[in-house]
Write a protein that binds this ligand. Sequence first.
Ligand SMILES: [Zn+2]
Length: 130
Amino acid sequence: MIRSQATCYPESVNQNLMHEFSLALEVINLAQREAEKNMVGTIQEINIEVGDLSGVEADAFESALGLLQKGSILCEAVINIVRTPGKGKCNACKQEFSMNHRMATCPKCRCFPSVISGGEEFRVVSLLVE
Ligand SMILES: [Zn+2]
């Protein structure tokens, strides 16, 4: 008998997936509370915003939620994950630019650090209940 397939992966990958799984669980718990508040049994649609700089791996999060939705309040829900791009503003020259990671330097003056002005979101934007 195979005890766990997770042992096939290096520890870091494993931990990252755990992160996305716990976030997916949080989203399900939140949806559950909303459904109870509205006294409904299922949720039709859920929209979640995941910023590119939020530290959440959107693809891993999506597959975690896809696995966990079965048997949950979200079992019939359409899950929409909207990714928001990273944006930053240079502290030195005030140039605004798109950031693909948190440690990005300003493309104009090469200064660091910059203020992150977008892409850190991780939130449930809306739920459609019936
Ligand atoms: Zn700059």
